[in-house]
Design a protein around this ligand. Structure first.
Ligand code: IMP
Length: 174
């Protein structure tokens, strides 16, 4: 059995995403088209809530990297499982991630997507664990910084469980 302790409630998450969406629209302008690229599967709720607050001129695409499997430690090796459906050349791309842990995944994705010549490329991440970073990742829009604990809920899983929790919680494994 594993125990969860609430870290951010659904209301806190919703309020923070309101603020992030306002910042994003202010930065890009109301009329500029934005392509949000969700990193599957952890970003699903964040991406969904963010897009619905951004108004018109929003496109959505997804990519998926290799996952952690059932453990709570990164293998450190990133592979693309599902690539984008559309070209990002000449587009304003916002990469939407659930959490920056070591930063390995986003470093790989940033380098990969840069080679495809987007007009701009920025990152929005719901969470970040600064103490765990092994590489420096420029996160333009960050929801919350958290300590180096394993968290679940609101898209984040442990062995594919807990993604459907409406809140974010820490997980204590017995
Ligand atoms: P990184 O490459 O070490 O930054 O790991 C990024 C990915 O690992 C995230 O997109 C998550 O899928 C997963 N991950 C890292 N920390 C956690 C956590 O605390 N809970 C659930 N998944 C996590």
């Amino acid at each position: 059995m594993s125990q969860t302790t609430v870290l951010f409630t659904a209301e806190q998450i919703s309020q923070r995403i309101d603020e992030l969406a306002q910042e994003i629209r202010r930065d890009y302008g109301e009329t500029e088209e934005l392509l949000l690229v969700g990193v599957l599967k952890g970003s699903i709720h964040f991406l969904s809530d963010l897009t619905r607050r951004l108004g018109d001129n929003v496109r959505v695409d997804f990519l998926q990297t290799s996952s952690y499997g059932k453990g709570t430690k990164s293998s450190g090796i990133v592979q693309i499982r599902k690539d984008l459906d559309e070209s990002i050349e000449g587009k304003h791309v916002l990469l939407v991630e659930d959490i920056v842990d070591t930063g390995t995944t986003l470093k790989y994705l940033l380098e990969l997507l840069q080679t495809r010549l987007p007009k701009s490329l920025k990152i929005a991440s719901l969470l970040s664990k600064p103490e765990a970073h092994l590489v420096k990742i420029p996160v333009a829009y960050l929801g919350f910084s958290i300590p180096k604990h394993f968290v679940v809920g609101y898209g984040l899983d442990h062995g594919e469980r807990y993604r459907n929790l409406p809140y974010i919680a820490t997980l204590q494994e017995d």
